[in-house]
Design a protein around this ligand. Structure first.
Ligand code: NAD
Ligand code: DAU
Length: 363
């Protein structure tokens, strides 16, 4: 499909995180005439080693990293203006539901106030430019968690499903989405929103289910399964999400929303069993060696039962569909974490955090 629009400079926020790093790589590869500016605060979840290959891939002048907080409005205005950013893709966020239950305030700060600060900065710089909003786009990366929880027989979430968030994380993401739509309706800011299901793949911080389970299997540690493991998520391989983001950014009508998903509903206990099978095999251990590690633990507070996404609007309008089968994605994911021992160990030992504290101050 030929893209409908071109951007000279795309500002990606949260580009040192899990999905953001794949988005940076995808945009640089698919758009050789675009520059990428990556704004990231390098919180505990940000990791510049996710981007080790980027300087070689981008060559001279096509990539710049800016260490900054999206909630710093003056800084965001300066970066957007100096870099002449004509698109902003906002992935920067606090993203772990369990952390949001312990510390909701940090989620309100980054996900709500941070998003507002970016919206205000985009408005200020773009409204003052000679061409105004012409050729500009603000794109908010959101989650399926804003829709709440489905029962077993309910139809999947789609673009018209009302918001009904339950966790502090999803409440903050919902609030951000409402602000994005309000800036479109009130000021005419050209915006896009997509709501995606659970991503998996390389570079995910090992507090999330898949990398945590793979790491625990490797080390022979207990695998914590919340409740009875019967909650259902819809899993999408991360590079397929990055491709969807690229497609939407370059082709979707301003003001539109898309749901992105893998059409791949799995119970948590089945994910854990599948990871045990693949990881034990890749490690050369006899089948079933790690079954004994499965440990049912106290359930997450307010744990949403089921998420599922109907992405037919995106498939019909823009021709995107997931390219990676679940079997293939699991093999690649397990292989990546087993091959990238240093990446995993530097995070879990705190070595990475200590290094970036020395480089950039406290995280
Ligand atoms: P992540 O936690 O791996 O990365 C978040 C990144 O944002 C990190 O690099 C972090 O340093 C950066 N960051 C955090 N606060 C910041 C701030 N104030 N200023 C600048 N940078 C900041 O997250 P992820 O899983 O890659 O998710 C990225 C986005 O996609 C989030 O908005 C999330 O809500 C959304 N999303 C994630 C999933 C998923 O399954 N992971 C699914 C749907 C939507
Ligand atoms: O649906 C999209 C969302 O997916 C994103 O918006 C979030 O940023 C992302 O973190 C993810 O949220 P989840 O809460 O679904 O992901 P997590 O990996 O934390 O958990 C997946 C499921 O596994 C969930 O039902 C809780 C369960 N779980 C999780 C962990 C960390 C366990 O049973 N044990 C665990 O140790």
């Amino acid at each position: 499909m030929n893209n409908k629009r071109h951007f000279n400079t795309i500002l990606v926020t949260g580009g040192a995180g899990f999905i953001g790093s794949h988005v940076v790589r995808r945009l640089l590869t698919a758009h050789p005439d675009s520059r990428i500016v990556n704004v990231d605060l390098l919180t505990y979840a940000g990791n510049l080693s996710n981007l080790d290959d980027i300087p070689a891939l981008a060559g001279e002048n096509r990539y710049r990293f800016v260490h900054a907080d999206i909630a710093d409005g003056d800084m965001m205005r300066r970066v957007i203006a100096e870099e002449k950013a004509d698109a902003i893709v906002n992935l920067a966020a606090e993203t772990h539901v369990d952390r949001s239950i312990v510390d909701p305030g940090s989620f309100a700060r980054t996900n709500v106030l941070g998003t507002m600060s970016l919206l205000n900065a985009a408005r200020a710089v773009w409204e003052a430019s000679p061409e105004g909003y012409e050729g500009k786009m603000y794109y908010q990366i959101s989650t399926d968690e804003v829709f709440g929880a489905l029962g077993e027989g309910d139809a999947p979430f789609c673009e018209t499903t009302p918001y009904n968030p339950h966790s502090p994380y999803s409440a903050a993401k919902s609030s951000a989405d409402h602000f994005v739509r309000a800036y479109h309706d009130t000021y005419g800011l050209p915006v896009l929103i997509s709501n995606c299901s659970n991503n998996y793949g390389p570079n995910q911080f090992p507090e999330k289910l898949m990398p945590l389970v793979i790491n625990n299997i490797k080390h022979g540690r207990d695998i914590p399964v919340y409740g009875r493991g019967l909650n259902i998520r819809d899993w999408l391989y991360v590079t397929d999400h990055a491709e969807a983001i690229d497609t939407i950014l370059h082709n979707a009508a301003a003001g539109s929303t898309y749901c992105v998903g893998g059409n791949n509903e799995q119970r948590n206990i089945d994910i854990v069993k599948a990871l045990i099978a693949v990881t034990d095999r890749q490690l050369g251990r006899p089948a079933g060696s790690s079954d004994r590690l499965i440990t049912f633990v106290t359930d997450r507070k307010g744990h949403d039962l089921r998420y599922a996404i109907d992405s037919s609007r995106l498939q019909n309008d823009l021709g995107w569909k997931p390219a990676t089968t679940f079997a293939e994605g699991l093999e690649k994911t397990v292989a990546w974490y087993l091959d990238n021992t240093r990446w995993l160990d530097d995070i879990t030992s705190g070595e990475y955090a200590r290094y970036y504290e020395r480089m950039y101050g406290s995280r």
